[in-house]
Each structure stands twice: as C-alpha cells, then as structure tokens.
Design a protein around this ligand. Structure first.
Ligand code: NAP
Length: 286
C-alpha cells in the first residue's frame, strides 16, 4: 500500500518559509512584493484558482491585484493591460490566467509579459533559460512543485527512470527538463504514444499531466514507483486526477492525492517566484 504524499502540508511549510522571507525583505527596505493576475472571461475553475492565488498572497504578506476582463476583450486591449503592468513599478509578478477565452491569442499575450516579471515562467526567454539549465530565470510553478514533492520522499532522482505523460508548455515539457536536471532518465509520452501502459510500467517516477480522468491505472504502474498526479478533472461534483487512485495505491510506494497533492504546491511556488522577481528587480534598482 502506497504512502500518500501530503501536498497540503509540504505547501504550508513552503508558504511559511516565503512569509518569513517576505518579512525579512520588507524589513531590510525592500518593497512589498506584488502579484498582478490578468483574468479574462468567466471560466469557473479559473475564478477559483485566481481567488486562491489572492488568498495565498495575503497569507504571506504580499499584495495582489486582479485585472478582470470580459470574455469579449480584444487582443490589443489585453496586450495593453500586460504592457501597463510591465511598466508599473509597484508590480513585481505578472500572471496571465490560462486558458484565455476563444479568440484571444495566448502565445502573443504570454510573449508580451516582461520576462523579469514572468512568474509563470512561460516567456520564451525563461523557457530558454530552463532548457539551458540557467537558474536566473523563472520556472513554471507546477513542475517546480512536483520536483519538491518527489524530493520530499527522500528519493534520489539520479539514474531513475522517469516518465512524464503530457507535453504541454505549462507542465509536461518543463517537468521533463527539471527531471533531467535532477539526473533522471526521462521519457515523455503524449496522445500519439503507442502502448502507453508499456512505457509507464518502466517508470520509477511517474508524473501524469494529461487532463483525462483516471487514464493511468494500477496495472500501468511499476511496483514501488513514485506516482505524482497533476491532473485536475471535474467529474460530476468531484475533482479527480489522471490516476485511478485506488488501483494505483496498490502498486506505488508513494502517491499524491487529488485534491491535496500538487495543487497547493503550485500556489506556494508562485509566491516564491513573485518574491524572487521582487528581489531581482530591487537589486537591479540599487
Ligand atoms: P494540456 O495542455 O491539455 O496537455 C495535455 C497533454 O496530455 C498533451 O501533451 C496531450 O498530448 C497529452 N495527452 C492527451 N491525451 C493523452 C493520452 N490519451 N495519452 C497520453 N497523453 C495524452 O494540459 P496541461 O495544461 O498540461 O494540464 C494537464 C492536467 O494538469 C490538466 O488536468 C490540468 O487541469 C492539470 N493542471 C493542474 C495544475 C495544478 O496545479 N494541480 C496545474 C496545471 C495543470 P498531445 O500533446 O499529443 O496533445
């Protein structure tokens, strides 16, 4: 029976560390770090995520601002808002909440964010830095949180077979790069992968980031693996992961639950990235 990884308590510890660092930063003359979120449209899940981000900021002593835009917003108005936030010296981190409503160009909006304020790590400069192993940039929060969750088990990633299911810019690709940086031997699976279960069964570390309820089940998992479930899928009134928890729990050594696994860590890492942005911007001014 697997040990369940308590993402909530790992995240609570990470948030209290950020809180202490924010206090220290402000007491030594730094500005109060501020996160700005651009929220276009009325996607109910995005509304909840953004509220949690605002709450997270307040909890660690950071300021936040949400620019709410109607779904009918034109591309050039969205870009104008991002540019205003880039120019605003009181804003240190900018996050464009995804997905954007149909008709808005996601890539153009993300590319417009000042890379020094790109706390979601989705600007090409920051993605390039991650690829090169340059840690002066920003790394997407979810995969960064997953690495910390895996390391919390005490497992050394060096030489382990890691399989990432999903290849999005937000999760799968940066996840694979971070696992590689930690010296795992990495395989990336996607919708065209043939015999998915044959590949996942070889994984010592399995990260599922698909967005398909319970697509990974017990017989696709190696005995003793670490299984991290990034998926958050609404099925009826329940939130379920990409992993079928009950059958996976029988095979894995460690497993994250949904909810209460990866989600809370994503916000903790966003707060850490915002503090890093504020500190780097302040150091530049000094
Ligand atoms: P995404 O952009 O839709 O990417 C999904 C990936 O899964 C794609 O690469 C896709 O392959 C692959 N895929 C789809 N069907 C597959 C199949 N049958 N077999 C193997 N691979 C398949 O989604 P995302 O943004 O990466 O998010 C993934 C999940 O994580 C979602 O449930 C999302 O809600 C969740 N998420 C959670 C957090 C958190 O904080 N907990 C944060 C971000 C995302 P192709 O590239 O070939 O299409």
């Amino acid at each position: 029976m697997a040990q369940i990884i308590d993402g909530k308590s790992i995240a609570a510890k990470a948030r209290s560390e950020v809180k202490a660092e924010v206090l220290k930063f402000i007491s030594t003359g730094g500005p109060r770090p501020k996160l700005a979120v651009v929220l276009a449209g009325d996607d109910p899940a995005s509304q909840v995520y953004v509220r949690n981000k605002e709450r997270g900021c307040a909890e660690v002593g950071m300021a936040s601002e949400v620019r709410r835009l109607p779904a009918s917003t034109r591309q050039r108005d969205l870009i104008d808002i991002v540019r205003q936030l880039n120019a605003d010296k009181g804003v240190h981190g900018i996050l464009v909440q995804l997905p954007l409503p149909t008709g808005l160009n996601e890539r153009e909006a993300l590319d417009e964010v000042d890379p020094r304020k790109d706390v979601d790590g989705l600007h090409p400069l920051n993605m390039g830095k991650l690829l090169k192993g340059d840690d002066s940039g920003f790394v997407p929060c979810t995969p960064q949180g997953v690495i910390e969750i895996i390391l919390s088990t005490g497992i050394d990633l060096a030489g382990k077979a890691a399989v990432v299911v999903g290849r999005s810019n937000l999760v799968g690709k940066p996840m694979a790069l971070l696992l590689l940086q930690n010296n795992a031997t990495v395989t990336i699976c996607h919708s065209r992968t043939v015999n998915l279960g044959e590949v996942t069964k070889r994984a010592d570390i399995l990260v599922a980031a698909v967005g398909s309820p319970r697509i990974i089940h017990g017989e696709m998992i190696k005995q003793g693996a670490v299984v991290v479930d990034v998926g958050t899928n609404r099925v009826g009134d329940k939130l379920v992961g990409d992993v079928d928890f009950d059958s996976a729990e029988e095979r894995a050594a460690f497993i994250t639950p949904v909810p209460g696994g990866v989600g809370p860590m994503t916000i903790a890492l966003l707060l850490r990235n915002t503090l890093k942005a504020a500190a780097l911007l302040a150091a530049k001014k000094a």
